[in-house]
Design a protein around this ligand. Structure first.
Ligand code: CS2
Ligand code: MG
Length: 416
């Protein structure tokens, strides 16, 4: 007699993977999507977008992943994860873990569709009605940034990230002419931008003093230092920002060496967030276990998918560290959809970044999540609720782009 459980989710024959393909498309910006199909005709979509390195992940999937997928049981999600993680030999790294993430998310999507359940229910059910999100306000100077924060508040956001220009610096990080969708990878070869820390350390505390004076204490304010400060500079900025009660200061110093966060912690109680460039639990273990951070930003598309990020979230929960997933426009709506289901379940959810995609992107990736009252709400469709219109996607060919680089005034390479 067949195992009733397997019948509930289709037979293993139904779950056999019969096809998988990589779709590279550029509706407003480049995205890479993996689509996996089972013998029963159910398909799943996984995001494989790595900004500026898209074709590396597409090639990894096409040459080293897809040949191993055909014939596998789509329901063996954990075993498939272990196969591609341990089986790679050369484990971890952003390209490998983004490719594994795409497979993992596509398989969870298939499982949800076969079980006729939205992803959050497969994870353990709802822990909250809506998912608190933050938007990106930026301005060339303090006044423009202050007005932009006001615009986001009027749109219903309860939390806003604020960035502003630094006098004398052309093209500082996070300041964009496009007010809603900010896309840093603008050129085929990296754009050279200039950085100067003293001017930045001067203006950021003034920006947040102005924001609190103008918008009061209720709105949650966030800021991204984007890996640019030395630990002692980060400690000074975190201390100078304390009177303005930030929800978090992000990427205050490069986290390659987590010890830098010990110095920041000794000087400030401004909450710290890090992890959007991490791709495995091992990158964040010391920071979490040492309580050196308050939010972990590693997200589903770059940290090995739902199967691995769930392990990171569970480790974080043991140390009162909350999630704060990366959610820039260079992560596709597939990631946003999967992340929202994860956020809806995660007991130690903190906040979700939400940079709105442009209209073209939304048309190529139909989805059922929606923004209401400062929160995002995942849908009730089976799986993660996001699909890809392949015909429309074919109209937007890949456009080679890379992220900028930063140099100091004397020409030294710096962190962008
Ligand atoms: C930024 C990102 O949203 C953020 O917090 O750090 O926009 C980052 O610059 C991009 O994802 C890089 O592609
Ligand atoms: Mg960031």
């Amino acid at each position: 007699m067949a195992n009733p459980q397997s019948e509930a989710h289709g037979s293993s024959r139904d779950r056999e993977i019969v096809a998988a393909r990589v779709i590279v498309t550029c509706p407003g910006r480049n995205f890479v999507t993996l689509k996996i199909e089972t013998r029963s005709g159910v398909f799943g979509a996984g995001d494989a977008t790595l900004n500026g390195r898209e074709l590396a992940v597409a090639a990894y999937l096409e040459h080293h992943v897809i040949p191993n997928l055909i014939g596998r049981d789509a329901g063996r999600i954990e075993d498939t994860w272990q196969f591609f993680y341990r089986g790679a030999y050369w484990r971890r790294g952003p390209v490998t873990m983004t490719a594994i993430a795409a497979v993992d998310v596509a398989l969870w999507d298939i499982l949800g569709k076969m079980a006729a359940m939205p992803l959050y229910r497969l994870l353990g059910g709802r822990s909250r009605d809506g998912v608190l999100v933050y938007g990106h306000a930026n301005g060339r100077d303090i006044e423009e940034a202050t007005a932009e924060v006001g615009r986001y508040i009027s749109l219903g956001y309860r939390a806003v990230r604020a960035q502003c220009g630094v006098p004398g610096l052309k093209k500082p990080y996070g300041v964009s002419r496009l007010k809603d969708a900010y896309e840093p990878a603008e050129s085929e070869l990296p754009l050279e931008t200039e950085w100067s820390t003293p001017g930045y350390l001067e203006i950021v505390p003034k920006l947040f003093a102005r924001l609190r004076a103008e918008h009061g204490n209720e709105v949650e304010l966030l800021h991204d230092a984007h890996h640019r400060l030395m630990p002692v500079e980060a400690a000074r900025l975190a201390r100078d920002l304390e009177p303005h009660r930030l929800f978090w200061l992000e990427d205050a110093t490069p986290a390659d060496n987590p010890d830098g966060f010990e110095l920041i912690r000794r000087h400030s109680v401004t909450p710290l967030a890090v992890g959007e460039v991490f791709n495995s639990i091992w990158d964040s273990k010391r920071l979490i276990e040492g309580r050196l951070i308050d939010f972990i930003r590693s997200t589903i598309v770059h940290a090995g998918g739902i199967t691995h990020v769930r392990r990171i979230a569970d480790l974080a929960a043991m140390y009162q560290v909350r999630t704060g997933f990366h959610g820039a426009t260079d992560l596709s709506p597939v990631t946003m959809g999967a992340a929202l289901h994860f956020d809806t379940w995660a007991p130690n959810f903190g906040i979700q970044e939400y940079m709105r995609h442009c209209e073209q992107t939304d048309e190529v990736f139909p989805h059922d999540y929606l923004f209401r009252d400062g929160r995002l709400h995942c849908g009730e469709s089976p799986g993660h609720g996001v699909s890809i219109d392949e015909k429309l996607a074919a109209r937007f060919p890949y456009s080679p782009k890379q992220l900028p680089i930063a140099r100091l005034e004397d020409g030294s390479m710096w962190d962008w």
